[in-house]
Each structure stands twice: as structure tokens, then as C-alpha cells.
Design a protein around this ligand. Structure first.
Ligand code: ADP
Ligand code: 5GP
Length: 226
């Protein structure tokens, strides 16, 4: 994509500046609403892709294999991990989760943006490997009572699974300072707008827009036509 300066008086073409893709990482304790926010973002913004993780957890009734996760057995997961197919991986709430490497590398090579719904351990690993491309957001629930009722309202996990997730939530929340942005998902519309604003601003960052150099070079060489 080459930068194309356009004159406001002669053209309605939108000036496009080439930029690196960004890796948008969303984390939260289970039930705070990150998957709901992620789904709204994907519906709203077709230029955003999602990284579909592999997991050894059992499929929830509403989930589709290949869309929400690639569901794997433990030996299958271990083979992927040992052969370097995972960009990061972690054990979360007693199951394994990991990010397939290839789709991320090809999205980044093409300058496409990608969304990651991963926990703090995965966020730390990506931060170490791809710091310049990461924008990380931690989603908090407004109260622990509301977190508990959201886990129940989702009605996709057993009481035992909900209890494990609630028990782990305080330790997960303890990682909030490791993120670039922290939002409280009280009203869903407000939380979604906050995430949208973050994405819009991050896409405009100078250090991400490598095409700006050529754009400005051409701009200052241009002789205005009256
Ligand atoms: P997570 O992905 O963080 O585990 P989910 O996105 O699955 O959480 O949300 C858990 C439940 O809470 C879902 O039933 C979802 O519809 C609901 N939920 C999400 N955000 C809100 C909100 N702001 N207010 C009320 N309910 C919400
Ligand atoms: P769930 O079972 O509710 O879908 O996810 C449980 C937790 O695992 C969530 O915190 C979610 O963000 C995290 N998770 C999902 N996929 C991955 C992944 O590929 N890597 C890591 N590290 N965490 C993941």
C-alpha cells in the first residue's frame, strides 16, 4: 500500500498511510465480558481478525469448533506445543490454551490487525516477543457480585467450573497493572465504546504508520497547483 497524498479541493479519495498491524490483547477474569466485547468489535470492524486459540477444555454448548476454539485432546495440544506451532500457551483453570503461530505471523506480515482473547500469562509471553505490536486491555467487572452473577447468567459452565473460575479471579485481577489500558465493564455500550476509541487511537500512532515517512516526503516536495 503506497501513501497517496490527496488534495481536499480536487479529490474525495481518503488518504491511506501504510502501517503495521496491531495485536489487540483482551484479558479479564472469567465472566467480566471480554468475549462479549470481542464479538461486538468483530461485528463492527471487518478489518479486525481474531486469533482462534487451541484448547483442551470441553466445548460449551454454544461453541463451534474452529470458530470459538480449535478443540484438541491433551496429546494433540502437546504435539503442537513441542513442534513450535504455538506462539504462546498457558494452563488456565486446569485446561491448556494456546495461540497458533501461523495465522498471527501471516496477519502481521500483511499489516492486518488481530484480536487475542487470552489470559495474563499469554499476554506476558506476547509482550516479550512482539512488544511493539501489542496493545493490551484488561477488562474488570464492576463488582465481584456482578462477576459471579454473570458467570451464572452465561449458563454454560457447571457449578464446579464456576467456583474454580471465581476462586481464580482475584489472582487474575492482580495482573491489571501489566496492561496498557484498564476498563470497567459496567455498561456494555460504554465499555465497547472505550475499546473502540483505544483501537482508533492506536491505529493512528506515528510509530505504527511507517508510510508516513514517504507521505511527508512527498508532501513537502509538492508544488501547490492553483
Ligand atoms: P468472558 O469472556 O470475560 O469470560 P463473557 O463475555 O462470556 O465473559 O460474559 C459473561 C456473561 O456476562 C455473558 O452472559 C455476557 O452476556 C454477560 N455480560 C457481558 N458484559 C456485560 C455487561 N456489561 N452487563 C451485563 N452482562 C454482561
Ligand atoms: P474460556 O475457557 O472461558 O474460554 O477461557 C478461559 C481463559 O483462557 C480466559 O482467560 C481466556 O482469555 C484464556 N485463553 C483463551 N485462549 C487462550 C490462549 O490461546 N492462550 C492463553 N494464554 N489464554 C487463553
Amino acid at each position: 500500500m503506497s501513501p497517496t497524498p490527496s488534495s481536499p479541493s480536487t479529490s474525495s479519495t481518503v488518504t491511506k498511510i501504510a502501517r503495521r498491524g496491531l495485536m489487540l490483547v483482551l484479558s479479564s477474569p472469567s465472566g467480566a465480558g471480554k468475549s462479549t466485547i470481542a464479538a461486538s468489535l468483530l461485528r463492527d470492524d471487518h478489518s479486525l481478525g481474531i486469533s482462534v486459540s487451541v484448547t483442551t477444555r470441553a466445548k460449551r454448548p454454544s461453541e463451534i469448533d474452529g470458530t470459538h476454539y480449535h478443540f484438541k485432546t491433551i496429546p494433540q495440544f502437546e504435539r503442537m506445543r513441542e513442534s513450535g506451532e504455538l506462539l504462546e500457551w498457558a494452563e488456565v483453570h486446569g485446561n491448556f490454551y494456546g495461540t497458533p503461530r501461523e495465522p498471527v505471523e501471516s496477519a502481521m506480515a500483511d499489516g492486518r490487525d488481530m484480536l487475542f482473547d487470552i489470559d495474563w500469562q499469554g499476554a506476558q509471553q506476547l509482550q516479550e516477543k512482539m512488544k511493539a505490536d501489542i496493545v493490551s486491555i484488561f477488562v474488570l467487572p464492576p463488582t465481584m457480585t456482578e462477576l459471579q452473577s454473570r458467570l451464572h447468567r452465561r449458563a454454560e459452565d457447571s457449578e464446579e467450573v464456576i467456583a474454580t473460575r471465581l476462586a481464580n479471579s482475584r489472582a487474575e485481577i492482580g495482573h491489571w497493572r501489566e496492561y496498557d489500558y484498564v476498563i470497567v465493564n459496567d455498561d456494555l455500550g460504554n465499555a465497547f465504546e472505550a475499546v473502540q476509541s483505544i483501537v482508533r487511537a492506536e491505529r493512528l500512532r506515528r510509530d505504527r504508520r511507517f508510510g508516513m515517512f514517504d507521505f511527508v516526503t512527498k508532501l513537502i516536495e509538492e508544488t501547490p497547483v492553483l
